[in-house]
Design a binder for this molecule. Structure first.
Ligand code: KIV
Length: 294
């Protein structure tokens, strides 16, 4: 028998909450692209939230979030910048590694940051490889028809792609601010065309940000993959929010499409579970409160 008293001591929790718990009572099967496609076919909504670190990734995974997005919104949320433009590929790799360590079963998407793919196919492939090596299972890039050749090249090389249309924050200066896109007939047509182009190029997922609900519904009906809305109404195949917005951690005015899921929730886990449930039931977003018209 050991004479060392510490050998029998009750183990303390690791300092700084460093070890994400893997002892979930009922481990769910890891999400796959195949499963996500089946969800679309079955009409089951896909619940997505952003994650930037291991602890929140572990919590979101335990709460049943389908996909974690390591968004370049981390430039604003984590780093305090006024836009996503300063975020570097190295920072995205670091945060993707952190999230991958905390995650067990959610599908992990990582953003290609500004300047890491605008240079062309070769740069887009190299940047995506870095994110996939860091633990991503899919990369996301912003932009319309000009991204189609990049998407096709990535998909050919075995890298699943999520496109992003509507309000594309990396183009905030060209767009003249964070404003609703596709409100008039001409810009709605352009958006529909861009969606058809990125879909034909093989983007298995498409984020639609800040677009009128009817337009998002039309695009979703025609899209060959899974559409995920943010400020795009309830008729997309899934929803995404920035974690810190829906937990009401971020200060200052929030976009109308955000709901505070901490309100009335006894814990962070309950708040995130509430989000997943509301998305699955089609109760969030509420068209009257969170939707936009043309
Ligand atoms: O960077 C991000 O978090 C995003 C989501 C808001 C869709 O792109």
């Amino acid at each position: 028998m050991s004479s060392d008293p510490s050998a029998h001591a009750t183990p303390e929790a690791a300092p700084y909450g460093s070890a994400p718990s893997r002892a979930s009572s009922e481990p769910r099967k890891p999400l796959t692209l195949h499963r996500l496609r089946a969800m679309r076919e079955a009409g089951e909504k896909v619940a997505v939230l952003t994650a930037y670190d291991a602890a929140s990734a572990s919590l979101l995974d335990a709460a049943g979030v389908d996909c974690l997005l390591v968004g370049d919104s981390l430039g604003m949320v984590m780093q305090g910048h006024a836009s996503t433009l300063p975020v570097t590929l190295e920072q995205m790799v670091y945060h993707t590694q952190c999230v991958a360590r905390g995650n067990r079963s959610a599908w992990l998407i990582a953003d290609l940051p500004f300047g890491s793919y605008q240079g062309g196919i070769e740069q887009a492939v190299a940047s995506s490889v870095a994110l996939m090596r860091a633990g991503a299972q899919m990369i996301k890039l912003e932009g319309g028809g000009w991204t189609a050749p990049l998407i096709a090249a990535l998909v050919e090389r075995g890298i699943p792609v999520c496109a992003h249309l509507g309000l594309t924050p990396q183009s905030v200066h060209a767009l003249g601010g964070y404003r609703i896109q596709g409100r008039d007939a001409q810009s709605a047509d352009t958006l529909r065309r861009h969606a058809a182009e990125v879909g034909a190029a093989g983007a298995a997922m498409l984020v639609l940000e800040l677009v009128p609900s009817d337009l998002a519904a039309q695009i979703s009906a025609d899209y060959p993959g899974i559409t995920i809305g943010i400020g795009a109404g309830v008729r997309t195949h899934g929803q995404v929010l920035v974690l810190h917005d829906m937990l009401d951690i971020t200060r200052g005015p929030k976009p109308r499409f955000v709901r505070n899921f901490m309100q009335g929730a006894p814990s962070l886990l309950d708040a995130v579970r509430g989000y997943v449930e509301a998305v699955k039931q089609g109760a969030f977003p509420d068209e009257a409160v969170h939707g936009y018209t043309a």
